[in-house]
Design a protein around this ligand. Sequence first.
Ligand SMILES: [Zn+2]
Length: 161
Amino acid sequence: MAIKIFLDELQNEQLHLEGELTPAELELALGEDEALMQPDGPLAYALTASESDDMLIVFGRLEMDFTAECGRCLKPFTFPMDIPLWAVALPLKGDDAIEFNGDSVDLTPWLREDILLGLPQHPLCGSACEGLVFKQETPPPAVEEPSEDWSKLDDWKQPKS
Ligand SMILES: [Zn+2]
């Protein structure tokens, strides 16, 4: 079920919306190839909607888990997205007025957009991630300073007395 707000329910009162949206319902299009993050459960939302000055104001909490692949060490980990104060103000009148579907507004596009924006482009399993650990090879022996050899050569060149 999309998150729909029926405007006639909004007459002078706030509307509380709580529930879940599956990734499919959210139409979260994360390409398998380029996306390091994939949804790992539904979007849980708890929103309050109200109408004020010909604006539809919606705010509340959004939570959704993602599985991510660390951009540094490639380890999979869970990224819990939590937007405690999501808010959107949508004009109901004028040139920028949002589109209505009959007498309701579907919030899904705005949710989708902000969730996509909230995803890190370079997810890390932790701020202390050290990335791929390469096996440290024993360093090659230091090249001997030639000066010593030259000084020996100089010694040799010195006429023996
Ligand atoms: Zn990592």
